[in-house]
Each structure stands twice: as C-alpha cells, then as structure tokens.
Design a protein around this ligand. Structure first.
Ligand code: NDP
Length: 249
C-alpha cells in the first residue's frame, strides 16, 4: 500500500458534493489539502472543520477557467506545504437541456469549466510532479463520459473529452514520470449538481430519478478515490466506474 499520510493534494470543486467529501476524507487520512473553488465562504467552513479535527487545509479561491487564478492558487498551495502530490480535478457542472433550445451560454460554460478548467489545473500542477517523478492525477469524468444520453449531449461531449484526456495522460506520464492517472466515472450521486439545471423538463426528470433509485453519496465516491490513492506504487487504477446498484442504465 502507498501511504498518503503527509502528502499534499489540490481538490477543485471542494466547496460542495464529491469534492468536499473527498477533501474531508483525505484530510482524515493525513493529507494536507488545498481546497479550491469559487465560493470562499464554503471553503473556509471546510478548512475550519478539517483544522478542528486536527487536519491541515487551506482555502484557495480559484475559478478553474481563469488560468492566472489557477497558477496563483497552485503557487499558494506549494508555498504553504512545499509541493503537490495529488490533484483531484473535480470541478464541473451539468446544466441539462435539449439541443433545440440552443442554450449556448450553458454549452460554452460546460466546455470552459469541465474541459478547459481541468486542462488549466493539470498544466499548473504537472511541473511539480514531473520535477519529483511522482504524482497522482484524478479526473472526474462520469457515466456520461462512456455513454451518450439525450439532453446531455454537450455534457457527454465534455466528459468523453475527460475520459480520452485521462487515458492519454496516463500513457504519456505514468511510465516516464511515475505519475498515476485515475479517471473516475460515477453514476448518480446525491450532490448539488442538479441545482444548475434551468430547463424545467430536466429539473423534473432529475427529481423523478431520485424516486427511482438510491443514489450514491459523495462519501461513497470519496472511498473509491481513497482506494485508488492507496493502491501499491506499481498499480495504477486507471478507471473507476461506480454506480448505484439500482441504476439500470
Ligand atoms: P456539485 O455541484 O455539488 O459540485 C460542483 C463543484 O464544482 C462545486 O464545488 C463548485 O464550486 C465547483 N465549480 C463549478 N464551477 C467552478 C469553477 N468555474 N471554478 C472552480 N470550481 C467550480 O456537484 P458534484 O459534486 O456532483 O460534481 C463534482 C463533479 O462530479 C463534476 O465534475 C460532475 O460533473 C461530476 N459528476 C457528478 C455526478 C453526480 O451525479 N452528482 C455523476 C458523475 C460525475 P463553486 O461553485 O464554489 O465554484
């Protein structure tokens, strides 16, 4: 087993849902956290919770779309804890809608945050990992990064991009730089993700979904990430496809 105690991790989208649950779990396991997102008050609350439990964390106000903010955020973390060993590229949004409604601002936002944001963070942390020939990159794709669903075309396109990019990263970085890459592809998880939906058809559809199955919790996903991080050094958990048992698609 790899010991993650004392390692330094950057978590994007740490202000809620999967990111917050994972940050908390990593802190409980002795990881020093950089908590990144836009809502600073949420990050500060989490930082205080982690510190009160004896862990180490700093809040980093950072919009992943803003390259300069990402570079500054990563530098802030390195200043605080010396390096970066782990990045959890998790910030994302899923405003579903039918294509014919041409909600182009939402399409662009998904591409900017889900894809370009992840590229920005990856570029900012990689030099530290390459320099030390060590690191672990975890990217949040989705079941929507493996299959296509109606109403999710653009979201699926962004998550397929993450699945493809993760595999390429792994092939290029794992053998030569000892950097492991994990692409996590969850099914339905109970978080604030659905709050971003503006199309009433899909607001309703998502509410219905909650009555059809017991969703995963963000903490369930955090556990699978811990599994990938704790895997022995020679073992790269490249993909994690994790679904509610009752999810029949
Ligand atoms: P939440 O809405 O609870 O969390 C999304 C996080 O992303 C928030 O912390 C938000 O923080 C952050 N975020 C959004 N935009 C930006 C930005 N521009 N810069 C920095 N941070 C940003 O949803 P989840 O926890 O569910 O989502 C986490 C990831 O999991 C996403 O990539 C999502 O696509 C993926 N996923 C979720 C599934 C689910 O069923 N819930 C299933 C499969 C994948 P803030 O607003 O403070 O910036």
């Amino acid at each position: 087993m790899m010991s993650i105690k004392g390692k330094v991790a950057l978590v994007t989208g740490a202000s809620s849902g999967i990111g917050a649950a994972t940050a908390l779990k990593l802190a409980e396991n002795g990881v020093k956290l950089g908590l990144a997102a836009r809502r600073l008050h949420r990050l500060t609350e989490l930082q205080e919770k982690i510190r009160a439990a004896g862990g180490e964390a700093i809040a980093i106000e950072m919009d992943v779309v803003d390259e300069a903010a990402v570079t500054a955020g990563v530098e802030k973390l390195v200043e605080a804890y010396g390096t970066i060993d782990i990045v959890f590229n998790n910030a994302g949004l899923m405003p579903l809608s039918d294509i014919e409604h041409l909600k182009t601002a939402e399409w662009h936002r998904m591409v900017d945050v889900n894809v370009k944001g992840l590229l920005n963070t990856t570029a900012a942390v990689l030099p530290y990992m390459i320099k030390r020939s060590s690191g672990h990159i975890i990217n949040t794709s989705s079941i929507a990064g493996r299959k296509t669903f109606k109403g999710l075309s653009v979201y699926c396109a962004t998550k397929h991009a993450i699945t493809a990019f993760s595999d390429g990263l792994r092939m290029e970085l794992a053998p030569t730089h000892n950097i492991r890459v994990t692409c996590i592809q969850p099914g339905a998880v109970e978080t604030e993700l659905y709050d971003q939906i503006t199309d009433p058809t899909y607001v309703e559809q998502m509410e219905d979904l909650k009555t059809q199955m017991e969703f995963l919790t963000a903490d369930n996903i955090a556990d699978t990430i811990l599994f990938a991080l704790n895997a022995p050094k020679h073992m790269n958990v490249a993909e994690l496809f994790v679904l509610p048992t009752q999810q029949g698609w």
